[in-house]
Design a protein around this ligand. Structure first.
Ligand code: NAD
Length: 481
């Protein structure tokens, strides 16, 4: 069967890319090539930006109340196609259907929140800032915005950005991950059906060249990036040098503290879901469990019990609870991490290499290390796979000191029944998404999303009210009559 070659969506129409090279899109559960993603060039990005720039002149004049009507129509279409979209996510990314559906639902919530633009975009006013002088501030759209997405949430991540951007009156260019471009193909078909004016929303498939062109294009006002930290650094530096607004969400190394007074059934259930959900390919996945004092024994025993119930296989099949990792390179990188943990002297309690998994595809069983210390690579570097580490510590202070030394401060949690411990954790933790008795500290669409320190570069985070700050400029009028 011939594989589909993806197209770009520019100026309200699907167009063939002129790219001579393509990325082979693979179903990670079978290893079969299911499509070819064109690696578009700078000229194609330029065509999309020119269309978006032209569309901006009229789109910004459409009243906010009318702009969000397009989003309401788009949301209804997304609801109607949610199952179809989730199946595509599973096919190109590997996560299970229920995980895929969860991510689609979270994406749809973003559209919901963005439709609040007529209220959320409002400015402020104050009479008599000085005698007889009034002041008001308004928010205005800025032009063309762009986003660059990672492979791990193919449907959801672009939705963190473009509904807010266009609700505010900007126009947009999206570049999905070349590894998983099919989800956004369907999303853009629904955008087309919702009837957005030509040029308001554009899709350019590609890799590095499109990213570099986005960071330097003079008509792009701002860039939203989600992906690994080394690329986040590059994008942040390049886009900022070219005087763009940037929000760059990078990699993560997430620590979870378990106090001896925690409810161990709830805790280990949550830890297992956090570490092995989406095969560990989640920027909010638990990576290292810091067990305080007596918490160690019950956490280890509970995790082993839960891990025995994980069913690895094709995420589209009923009963499967953990799908494959994205590709052969990712699997090898994770195998290298497991080998390094063994070489560094950690105890390999559950060895995912030994799990019974399908012959084809990029599968690994869940893996558990105990006896981990901070001088090991597995304790400090992002693994982005189904590998969980346990490190024993003596106190909450010691646990917090370990988390604070970690640069990729995306999400941290504590499990405890003590308000005092929870308060100390909230007060001191560096990670800016923090959970109390929550395994995956994921904010909803009306709160902001983004880590701290090396995990987030920029100042305004994704979605929530901060999206309305990121996608608008404030203008202040001071008047005397
Ligand atoms: P990646 O950095 O390899 O790719 C992300 C995007 O950057 C892709 O669109 C890709 O085409 C582009 N890209 C890759 N290399 C590039 C280069 N050298 N120059 C320019 N562009 C380049 O990330 P990934 O492997 O797709 O995604 C996994 C990573 O994303 C993990 O590190 C994960 O923690 C992170 N992530 C972070 C968050 C967050 O909210 N902080 C959310 C999801 C994923």
């Amino acid at each position: 069967m011939p594989v589909t070659r993806l197209q770009n969506y520019i100026d309200g129409a699907w167009v063939d890319s002129s790219a001579s090279s393509t990325y082979p899109v693979t179903n990670p559960a079978t290893g079969t090539v299911i499509g070819e993603c064109p690696l578009s060039g700078a000229e194609e990005l330029d065509a999309a930006v020119r269309s978006a720039r032209k569309a901006f002149e009229s789109w910004r004049r459409v009243p906010a109340q009318e702009r969000v009507q397009y989003l309401f129509r788009f949301k209804t279409l997304m609801e109607e196609h949610a199952e179809e979209l989730a199946a595509i996510v599973t096919r190109e990314n590997g996560k299970t259907l229920s995980e895929a559906m969860g991510s689609v639902r979270r994406g749809i919530q973003m559209i919901d929140t963005a439709t609040g633009a007529p209220s959320l975009m409002m400015g402020q006013a104050l009479e008599d800032i000085s005698s007889g002088i009034d002041c008001e501030s308004i928010r205005q759209p800025m032009g063309v915005f762009a986003c660059i997405a990672p492979f791990n949430f193919p449907a959801m991540v672009p939705l963190w950005f473009f509904p807010f951007a266009v609700a505010c009156g900007n126009t947009f260019v999206c570049k999905p991950s070349e590894q998983v471009p099919f989800s956004q193909k369907l999303v853009w078909e629904l955008i087309h059906e919702a009837g957005f004016p030509a040029g308001v929303l554009n899709l350019v498939n590609g890799g590095r060249e499109v990213v570099e062109s986005m960071c330097s294009h003079p008509d792009i006002a701002g860039v939203s990036f989600v992906g690994s930290s080394p690329v986040a650094e590059k994008v942040y530096a390049a886009a900022a040098t070219n005087r763009k607004r940037v929000q760059a969400l990078g990699g993560a190394k997430n620590f979870i503290i378990v106090m001896p007074d925690a409810d161990m059934v709830l805790t280990t259930d949550n830890l297992c879901e956090s570490a092995f959900g989406c095969a560990g390919e989640r920027c909010l996945a638990a990576s290292v469990i810091l067990t305080v004092g007596e918490a160690h024994g019950p956490v280890r025993a509970g995790l082993i019990e839960h891990m025995n119930k994980v069913v690895v296989g094709d995420g589209s099949k009923p009963g499967v609870t953990m799908g494959p990792v994205i590709n052969a390179g990712a699997k090898q990188r994770i195998l290298d991490f497991i080998a390094s943990g063994v070489a560094d002297g950690a105890e390999l309690v559950v060895d995912g290499r030994e799990a019974t998994v399908p012959d084809e595809g990029y599968f690994l069983g869940p893996t558990l290390f105990d006896g981990v210390t901070q001088d090991m690579k597995i304790a400090t570097e992002e693994i982005f796979g189904p590998v969980l580490c346990i490190q024993k510590v003596a106190s909450l202070d010691e646990a917090l000191a370990i988390t604070k030394a970690q640069p990729l401060a995306n999400a941290n949690s504590i499990f405890t029944q003590s308000g005092k411990s929870a308060r100390q954790f909230r007060y001191e933790v560096d990670a800016s998404m923090a959970g109390v008795n929550i395994g995956v500290a994921a904010p909803m669409s009306f709160f902001s999303f983004g880590g701290a320190k090396g995990s987030f570069l920029g100042d305004l985070k994704a979605h929530g009210r901060e999206a309305f700050d990121f996608f608008t400029d404030r203008k202040v009028f001071i008047s005397r009559w």
